[in-house]
Design a protein around this ligand. Sequence first.
Ligand SMILES: NC(=O)C[C@H](N)C(=O)O
Length: 478
Amino acid sequence: MFRAHCLLVALRRCSSAPCPRHPQVARLSVQEAQEAQELAGDVKVQGWVRSVRSHKEVLFLHINDGSSLANLQVVGDPTMENRDLTFGSAVEVQGKLIRSLHKKQNVELKAENIRVIGPCDNLKFPFKTRERHPLEYTRQFPHLRCRTNILSSLLRVRSEATAAIHSFFKDNGYVHIHTPIITSNDCEGAGELFQVRTSDKVPEPGENPHFFNVPAFLTVSGQLHLEVMAGAFTQVFTFGPTFRAENSQSRRHLAEFYMVEAEISFTESLQDIIQVMEDLFKAATSVVLSKCPQDVELFHKYVSPAQKGRLEQMLKNKFIIISYTEAVEILKQAPQTFVFQPEWGCDLQTEHEKYLVKHCGEVPVFVINYPYDLKPFYMRDNEDEPQRTVAAVDLLVPGIGELCGGSLREERLPFLQSRLERLGLAHAYQWYLDLRQFGSTPHGGFGMGFERYLQCVLGMENIKDVIPFPRFPHSCLL
Ligand SMILES: NC(=O)C[C@H](N)C(=O)O
């Protein structure tokens, strides 16, 4: 099986990218080289040098190309060393894969030729070989920090988690929808808006000042567009960038983040929505743990030793469900004092969310049935507590607090209409009211912040370290 795989790899590489000088040379990634069982023939590996050690009789290089956390050991002749062969330089090594005698690796590459493709000025390069750089330090170099182990691991995990989330929805019969990034709706209440404008050209007399004729914004949530789609498909999801202009410097907020959102028609039960949230979390996390064991281990070893055990617990046990009313009671009886005193009707603050998770044993907790006045117009009024609570749910997780938010949506036209009228929004949301007139179904959905999800799985304190290019107040580097 492996033999066939390696031969296929070699053929694929040679036929799609034949090497003009050595047409028979298979071009392998570092990971493919490490997993190779078939060692015959010349191979070529390209990557960036992670370390150079020159002894009297042998030259050792470690190279990495982002395909795995582990570096490939290259063994060469000391005469192959040259001044450009330094930490950080881009190289191409041609040679033969041989069995390694070292316990840490199966194979190593015996170099016949080492070519420096892009030298790296070590005096100016911000990272040093074999050094662990603090995350705050690496953050200053958004254009180079992907060369560090931690960011490289993070980006592989992020990529696998993205694929796992798409697979989860695909396997469960959801249709993926590209909801717009520029929108004229503000998904009332979801967050502060960034307005989209053209450059500061003064409009000609009579010219509409707005590019789209109406004010337009970067999306804060794809929910309302997904609700449109839930009028034609029973299950839909979207997974894209979302923007909030909150002036927060916290470790949990970004001005640009990715959100996974799902909408499900023909459901009358908040329990159905809760189940999808829990299943999604567990399915994506299991895939990440099985596909990126070395990368996840790196975080759990050096960044968040407590997270490993917690994650295992999370995957094994059913998540806890409490009502908002119960949550407030728990908070009121807490032996500690909070900055914001908890009262029925007040929003839960991060300090409250973290306490609730701790109180429940550091496991994920769903809080359901929030006060009516606290939540946006689209949430469904609870029949047993009209105009007091709505069928809303937040998922709180250890170390983070709120990870997901969702609800049943108000599908009953008279309820929705009167609520929108009271808010003076009935005209602006006529299209949304239309959805309740033309084949409306009871439906609901949720959104999960993807970066918070990664923070939770990896135990990362600061959200700026789980996204390649963080955007936050006063910072838009690159
Ligand atoms: N799709 C969702 O339910 C997410 C919700 N609109 C939010 O922004 O929190």
